[in-house]
Design a binder for this molecule. Structure first.
Ligand code: FES
Length: 565
């Protein structure tokens, strides 16, 4: 019996007799009805993350069929396998806790099962990062197929789409601007199709970055989930996976320091989600590629926001696709991109862009010399309150609040925030800085998207729309406001954020890239002496693994043992 190293013969199960192992594998594969000819083909694995707990992936069964069609047509054998699925709003305490778990599942199943290439089906916020983290580490030829965005739908004279509009209406409801009956009616009109959130939230940002990195087929990031082109792109992705199986081009040759820098540029130009910085750092970290906050700031100063999409602007992800898609953004950025980066097609980015049509709708994708905003969407801060960094999405914030000193109003935990934020006797003014402690990676809450602290009800009712808010939490990519996130080191590991007390003065300077706690070191030392960790480490299971190994935001919140040195 001949033993080749590809297809079904790859990595046989160890029974102490390799020929017997392959004999047994073929025998069992035949029990699924495959012919000898099929079993001799190269194998393309299809990692799919459909789940009854994931509305964004509800069209995956149809996409899966289209991928298989492409694989079969190109002469290989498609074999699908399920992965953990992370439906953003169905997971507690937050999907972020399980991103690394999914990435481990993906990495190990790619490596353990006999496949020559893999198609990675994902879309909802943490799924694309987890797929890319796992595939990067496994380093088997891989291509991402994205879920595609939901379509916004008309409702009472305006288009609505998850989830910037969810937050807008909820803020209005909290301020007493709309009734309970109205908010209930709107609830059924925010997310009305399959696919990922309709704005430039984390899912759309990560889809855009997957294409910018070269890990998804050109032009596919923004195709709406329900568009026939999404199915055609699935078929094309299946075909491409077969080409990858034959060429042996792996993620390590595609995800490089130069393509990661291209992706950072795109992140800034699209006004992308703050979460994407954590995810891109984690993906790059699996290949030993550092992402520096200083470099982010340099790129941010020279990369304008080109795309007018919510929450930074007005349009939806499907509008970006219709306007020319990420290809149009890449063409604008072309003079500043590394064009020699390889993509999954085997072409370089430069070759891809040279071959593309030049259609662009300037309402949505602005030219480099007349941008939507003249600086990049994200800025990293550091200072005595955030020695290892923090992030602010300036493109979705109020510039009037960028250079401020304010009095801290501190909430010591998520529970404390929930208990007091709307209290009538809360001592707070619009000029204060709201500070949330103990919502970082090791807080026990696993860094939830709680950084978008609600405006205290009494201020909201008085018409206050934005305030400076500071935390070690994350924020949904669909949210907006003058919100400082990812403060590191976090409060739960003894970072300065945990030492802040109500009444302290804090200075924010977006121009100076600074976030400083204006309390003398002697005072901080006294507080440090009485500081205690806020949570008892979990005793068992994944929670124990997570708490023992999760890193801070500047390391992508990956596990220490999964990053490449
Ligand atoms: Fe899945 Fe927003 S809930 S992308």
């Amino acid at each position: 019996m001949s033993q080749n190293v590809g297809g079904l013969a790859r990595g046989v199960t160890n029974y102490g007799d390799a020929d017997f192992s392959l004999y047994l594998r073929r025998s069992f594969a035949k029990s699924m009805g495959y012919s000898v000819e099929m079993l001799a083909r190269p194998v393309v694995g299809i990692a799919h993350s459909a789940s009854g707990f994931n509305n964004c992936h509800r069209h995956f069964p149809e996409l899966l069929e289209a991928v298989k069609r492409g694989v079969l047509a190109a002469g290989a054998l498609p074999l699908d396998f399920p992965t953990i699925s992370l439906g953003e709003v169905f997971l507690s305490p937050t999907s972020m806790m399980f991103r690394n778990l999914m990435s481990m599942d993906v990495e190990e199943m790619i490596r353990a099962q006999p496949m020559d290439a893999v198609v990675l089906l994902g879309g909802c916020d943490k799924t694309v990062p987890a797929l890319l983290m796992g595939a990067a580490a496994a380093d088997r030829p891989a291509v991402v197929l994205l879920a595609g965005p939901m379509l916004p739908m008309p409702y009472h004279g305006e288009r609505l789409g998850a989830c910037t509009d969810c937050r807008r209406f909820w803020a209005k409801y909290r301020a007493g601007g709309i009734s309970t009956a109205e908010i209930d009616a709107i609830e059924g009109n925010l997310a009305t199709t399959a696919g990922t959130c309709a704005v430039m939230g984390t899912a759309s940002t990560m889809a855009s970055l997957a294409e910018a990195l070269g890990m998804a087929l050109p032009g596919t990031a923004g195709i709406p989930a329900v568009h026939a082109d999404r199915l055609r792109s699935a078929e094309a992705t299946g075909r491409q996976a077969v080409a990858l199986a034959r060429s042996g081009l792996t993620p390590r040759r595609i995800i490089t320091p130069r393509s990661v820098e291209n992706a950072l540029r795109v992140l800034l130009a699209i006004g992308g989600s703050t979460n994407a910085l954590i995810h891109l750092t984690a993906i790059a970290g699996r290949l030993g590629i550092p992402v520096s906050l200083d470099r982010l700031n340099e790129l941010s100063d020279e990369t304008p926001v080109l795309v007018d999409l919510k929450p930074t602007g007005q349009h939806y992800m499907s509008d970006l696709h219709a306007a020319g898609g990420i290809g149009a953004v890449l063409r604008e950025l072309r003079p500043r991109l590394h064009l020699d980066c390889l993509t999954v097609t085997g072409e370089t980015l430069g070759e891809r862009l040279a071959a593309e049509a030049s259609w662009v709708d300037r309402e949505v994708v602005r030219p480099l010399d007349n941008p939507y905003q003249d600086k990049g969407g994200l800025v990293a801060l550091s200072g005595t309150l955030a020695p290892n960094g923090a992030i602010i999405k300036r493109s979705a914030a109020d510039p009037a609040l960028f250079e401020r000193e304010g009095r801290a109003v501190v909430f010591s935990s998520l529970d404390d925030l929930a208990a007091r934020i709307d209290a009538a006797d809360l001592d707070v003014t619009p000029d204060d800085f709201l500070v949330l402690q103990n919502a970082g990676p090791k807080s026990g809450a696993a860094m939830p998207e709680a950084g978008y602290l609600p405006i205290p009800a009494k201020l909201a009712r008085a018409g206050v729309k934005d305030m400076v808010r500071i935390s070690d939490a994350r924020m949904s990519g669909t949210a907006y406001g003058t919100i400082v996130l990812h403060v590191s080191p976090e409060a739960a590991v003894g970072g300065p954020l945990g030492l802040v007390r109500t009444g302290d003065r804090i200075r924010l300077s977006v121009a100076g890239r600074r976030l400083d706690l204006l309390v003398a070191e002697a005072g901080l030392a006294a507080r440090r002496a009485t500081w205690r960790p806020p949570v008892t480490p979990p005793a068992r299971g994944y929670a124990k693994l997570y708490m023992s190994h999760v890193l801070q935001a500047e390391h992508g919140c990956d596990f220490d043992f999964l990053r490449e040195a």
